[in-house]
Design a protein. Sequence first.
Length: 446
Amino acid sequence: MNAEMIAALRELEREKGIAFETILGGLEEAMASAYKAHWKQEHPDGDDEFVGFRAVIDPETGDLRMWQQELEEVDTPPVEGSDETGLEMQVVSEAEVEVTDDFKGRIGAQTAKQVIFQKLRDAEREMTYEEFAGREGDVVTGIVQQQERRYTLLDLGKVEALLPQGEQVPSEPLRHGERLKAFITEVRRGTKGPQIVVSRTHPGLLKALFALEVPEIDEGIVEIMAVAREPGHRSKIAVASNEPAVDPVGACVGPKGSRVRMVVNELRGEKIDVVPWSDESATFVANALQPAKVKEVTVNPETQTALVIVPDYQLSLAIGREGQNARLAARLTGWRIDIKSESQAAEPPPAPPAPPAPVEVATGAEAETGEDPSAREEAQPETADDVATAVAVEPTPEGAEAEARPAEPVDATPVEAVEAAHVVAEPVAVPQTPVEAAPAEAPAGE
């Protein structure tokens, strides 16, 4: 160390804005650490755990002086809320040692170089962080550099900004070397310097771009009250004027649409609707559905819903492609919007559905078998008399002469009668077909 080194440090302070005391303190710490490593090489059997060094550099002449310290472990008082004590090294004594010319020349110069460059990098990173720390919400212009699957890097000059995949517009291609505006969402410290995260999909980008193109917004005459955006497709902004003589929509659109066209070009063709803000909810909902013409709006503050009536020919325009216009209007206003045409509103409400027929629940043995008792009684007569009666009342087919004959009794036991009933009852359920009349009985004696 010498006077020339001190002069160089003073020059760095003026050019880079790094405090002279900061660099000098870093040099003293580095020199003490380097001298300890030098001492260990000369005393390989020494206990370096209880040996320390302290360096002092004269801020005028640059002379280096070194003190060797004797250390010992002492108990530290317990931390509040805990009974455990710790250990720390304290200086028992120290004595100045002579610094050799070899250390001052070769080791000292190399150590000083490393420390100075490290301090310069740290200072530049800190200055860059301080420059961008308060700029969340600003728009920056960068050049597209490295592109990967998860992110894209934008060169901002002093630092690179990170554009994550989720903050990019899917329909927007990014080409290497092109200039791009982005919205700063976060600035944080990193191991390799400040990390700046930017976005192309944030609604704040739309507001910031209008603030750059419309002087009335920057001056506070016109204010953007709400923004609803579907990146890459369409957006809506609601604007209000703080001066009655200024039209907020006209100020944002500009002469022949020049101002809004600049914003559309920066967003790669994204359509933008500029609508007037209103304190009345019904009026604001009607404005938000532009370019559709609204005939009537009924709002319900309790449910936060709005019923909108539009002409029949305006229904598709009010809803938009795949419901986009209605969806953006709902986001812009914060109301749930129900859109109907005049024909739909004039239709009477549908009648309530008829109540279902009562269902009888089977009990006992019927519930176990799952059979309908009435069907079982019709299909299976229990006695032979019932079977005979069923056969006797069978209708006579048309065009046939038949005699009315009494039913013949069935001579069978009760069990056989039931079996006969099953057999006879089966044809009853079959559709009837014409039959020939029975021939008359032949006279006796023939």
